[in-house]
Design a protein around this ligand. Sequence first.
Ligand SMILES: [Zn+2]
Length: 497
Amino acid sequence: MRDCFEVRDTDAGGRIGELTVPRADATVETPALLPVINPNLDTLSPRRLATEFGAEILITNSYIIHGDDDLRERALEEGLHELLDFPGAIMTDSGSFQLSEYGSIDVTTEEILAFQREIGSDIATPVDIPTPPDVSRERAESDLETTQDRLEIADAADTGEMLVSAPVQGSTYPALRERAGRHADGTGLDVFPVGAVVPLMNDYRYDDMIDVVAAAKRGLGADAPVHLFGAGHPMMFALAVAMGCDLFDSAAYALYARDDRYLTVRGTRALEDLEYLPCSCAVCTDHSPADLRGLPDRERESELAAHNLHVTFAEIRRIKQAIRAGNLLELVEQRARAHPTMLDGYRTLLDHAAQLERSDPVSKGSFFYTSHESARRPEVVRHHDRLTRLSVPDRLLLTEGDAPRGDEFDDAWRVEPPFGPFPRALSKSYPLTAEVPARTDRAALAAAADGVARLVETNPETAVTLAHRGWPADVRDRLPDGIALVDLTAADRNRNR
Ligand SMILES: [Zn+2]
């Protein structure tokens, strides 16, 4: 186990964990949000972040502090916590972002790590190379080699109690991200940011973002705390948490406020377009949209930033509660409806259902089938795998109806979309207790048919009869040959005649 991180609870790929930050003498519960503080601009003061918003940790940029004579002197003299007046843990970035924006920076990994330690950072960052999406594979590979060299320098450096992050790069190449994850995991470094995903988010490429995170996670161990670097919009937190992200940083709350933009969990709204404020934070209960629009610039920016941050922290708490309750994927399904590209992200998440299944609890409170995507959830994948291990009798009836009398069959199992067949004894166990709409959709029937197919293919000697309620031809086409079919709806019609 990694000393600094302990997983307490899981749901799908999401987890509630504890990140121990020894230098701050603090334990941060994850998923956690790190508000970004620009040391030159105080949209909301760090002290206020702690007292009013409950921020346990924030992130600031050591490269900006290093490059400013006044800030550097004060940070070296007073220490970072005094400089910012923040009582919690402080993570520092290294200038990698400036490197990617401007092409060069004037510090080395050794220098900036030593500086971060000197000013009292609790979690430091080496100078990695944030490789943008869609570059050539050659470039992504050569950048990654440089990043890996920097991680090894950081690993060998004397950093004392300070935690050090190990960014995972590799552009949009899943194989490189996985390799990068494995390399980072093999170092003695502590926190694992998945880097250079901001361009993906800016272009609403949530599907690619999920593929990148899934690949990094395959390389990293299950005990690695994962930071989605630069992701601050609350709309996508549930999705990213479900794929296994533990830490987020938000500059968005302040940047959007500067542009008069109002964050919601269903997307961003322009203040000028709002006639009502769909939020009950202090800002939104004390003001109407017109009030806010009438405020002087600085004040309006600060009020909007406060609202944006309230919404952001509230979503983190909602996600934690969903993990505890075991309904994180239900929350992801809701969020996925906010924007078509979010739905792409969710569908991509389900492409990784087998990977998520490993951390998904065997038993939870409830499974709500709320969209046809539900048919691809990890619980369905797990049930289909389980079907290959159940023992079956010689003559088996699988039925959506009642168990028949008589001795035509040795046993009669239930069939429930989207899971497919199961012995009656399992009826009361998760996830077969799922709440499924009476108006079943095609995806649930198809998944049930796939379950039947798995069972039949694993047990070629068994004589299987399937009694279904009017499954359409394209669903029946998924069933293997040699299975006897009875349409219960036809039998019902005959009985009623
Ligand atoms: Zn509000």
